[in-house]
Design a protein around this ligand. Sequence first.
Ligand code: DGL
Length: 267
Amino acid sequence: MHTNPIGVFDSGVGGLSVLREIRKLLPHENLLYVADSAHAPYGDKTKEFILERSTAIVDFFLNQHVKAIVVACNTATGAAVKELRPNYTLPMIAMEPAVKPASERTQTGIIGVLATSKTLSSNNFQVLFARFADQVKILPQACPGLVEQVECGDLASDKTRALIAQYVRPLMAQNVDFIVLGCTHYPFLAPVIQEIAGASIAVIDSGSAIARELKSRLEKTKILSDRHNPGSVQFWSSDETGKAKRVISQLWGTDVEVGNMPERVLA
Ligand code: DGL
């Protein structure tokens, strides 16, 4: 069990921002990553559709004998994790936008949250919002179009910058000193977000916290890898256009092979 892989998935390539934190913290683990890019973005899909896709991917992982699953997608977390969890016994770690650390550290008492509209309207986010609403003012900002820019590997073009400015400037005007990235695609846009927001605003995400949570769950259940050599990383995508290999290699920072998802998971 110790050397069995960990499955990590997202609607597309965004979850790679979580995968890189897991890789950094747990270099001896074998990792499987699924990008459901043929169906991205999840943000404009129904809850039922996202649950169906998440179930198909989790079942794919189970066939690969994973020992734990990370739902590296805030949208799938909000739409599907509550329904998914009771059906499986293995550890399932899900996303939560970094509202807690931002609330604890803000000086202005005002924080912005960038996420998909589906995440912002989810019950999970409403509960998170309510938990901190008496301490800080939370400004949710939906960001249509940003996931698509990251899916094409377009991280800093004029079009991407203009979209980011459109979402970040209203938050700046309201005196936020923290911008929480509540979508796993957005850390790849963090350099431009930070450049537009300026040095007085901290831009944070929850990738490293999720990696720490995963480590602690593996320790508690005594299934942390006991290997000393580096673990492997394998990538799968539902997008068969060849774009997957290019964009995943770009975001992962090295040329990688990307497998096609089996037919039954593609549907
Ligand atoms: N990376 C996903 C998230 O964290 C993107 C959502 C989408 O596909 O719309 O929410």
